[in-house]
Design a protein around this ligand. Structure first.
Ligand code: NDP
Length: 321
């Protein structure tokens, strides 16, 4: 019998894991197994910044495994404005979750880092060895340092107490249940929302920047499967980057084109080249992942985007906007 507690179970990635666990057909390596109980916790059940609430959550469920996704997450503006809050809240959440996992003798914890935590000045592609070799970008140093410390704590828990704690490092995630807020969201959900509104209001769809920067995007349902794979197959403290390959980078223009097509937008569509582009590329290597998992079929980008747009349009009234 295993009881898997997913913290951050109400967010983009948590909902994707729930979806995969509930919908994968029997026989799939990602399907729910007999004897497994999955618990998806949100902040309303326990504020994980609070050690007492965290202990109470662990007392209630007595998880054998934890997928730890809960975090204060935000776009660039929020990260820049609230650096101490990002540092403190995420440090408290991570410390409490790992501590309670240890005191409750949880047999495995996979925590979630992000490729945003890598050093600012680094040789690309990013890989699992480069997390700590230089300071993170100034814009998100609160979030980045709190997340980096998870890797440090995982090693310390292993060395002092022999715990089986590890971490996953996803690249940019998108999919159903994302945060589609116009001001404070990641690029894909923000552009989807903008394009849907432009279609509805008969206004132009304007994308900030030249559209040339390249990024690796992973569909939340693919990421969910990789978390489930890690849960069942990976028992090493060192992190694993969960991403599509470097050869699957897409430009912001490709993203915007795919959104225009999926939304069915036929109005005026342009790029505001007076707006900043951000970094041109920051590729991450998925060589370690592929070496471990063997073959993994990522959902084609256009299909994943089309599914996300359809989900947003259908769930517009309840989506996080
Ligand atoms: P979301 O913002 O969609 O969800 C965040 C989750 O954390 C929610 O379930 C939220 O609960 C929970 N949470 C936040 N604060 C607390 C708290 N104080 N106590 C308990 N729970 C809390 O995030 P994502 O699903 O996008 O991110 C999941 C993980 O993946 C995070 O660790 C993030 O850093 C990482 N990541 C995300 C990427 C992305 O592109 N989205 C890229 C790389 C990594 P509630 O709903 O109740 O507020």
């Amino acid at each position: 019998m295993s009881r898997i507690l997913v913290t951050g179970g109400s967010g983009l990635v948590g909902k994707a894991i729930k979806h995969v666990v509930e919908t994968e057909p029997e026989g799939s390596p990602f399907a729910k197994r007999a004897g497994e109980e999955w618990i998806f916790a949100s902040s309303s059940e326990a504020d994980l910044r609070d050690p007492v609430a965290t202990e109470a959550l662990f007392d209630k469920y007595k998880p054998t495994h934890v997928i730890h996704l809960a975090a204060l997450v935000g776009g660039l503006f929020k990260n820049m404005k609230y650096k101490l809050t990002f540092l403190r809240d995420n440090s408290l959440i991570n410390d409490n979750v790992l501590r309670s996992s240890y005191t409750h003798q949880t047999s495995k914890v996979i925590s979630c880092l992000s490729t945003c935590v890598f050093p600012d000045k680094v040789e690309y592609p990013l890989n699992e060895e480069k997390i700590h070799i230089g300071p993170p970008h100034d814009s998100n140093f609160g979030y980045a340092h709190a997340k980096r410390m998870v890797d440090v704590m995982n090693h310390a828990y292993k060395e002092e107490f022999g715990c089986n704690f590890t971490s996953a490092i996803p690249t940019n995630v998108f999919g159903p249940y994302d945060n589609f807020d116009l001001e404070d969201s990641h690029v894909i959900p923000g552009l989807i929302h903008k394009c849907v509104l432009a279609k509805k209001n008969g206004t132009p769809f304007v994308v900030a920047g030249t559209g040339k920067p390249l990024r690796q995007f992973i569909y939340s349902y693919d990421l969910a499967k990789l978390f489930i794979w890690m849960l069942r197959n990976y028992d090493d403290v060192e992190p694993v980057i969960l991403s599509v390959g470097e050869d699957e980078e897409v430009s912001i223009k490709q993203v915007a084109d795919a959104i225009v097509k999926a939304v069915g937008f036929e109005g005026n569509y342009s790029f505001d080249t007076t707006r900043a582009d951000g970094q041109f590329r920051k590729p991450a290597s998925n060589a370690k992942l592929l070496g471990l998992v063997g073959k993994f079929e990522f959902t084609p980008f256009d299909q994943a985007l089309d599914e996300t747009v359809k989900w947003f349009v259908t769930n517009y009234d309840n989506a996080r906007t």
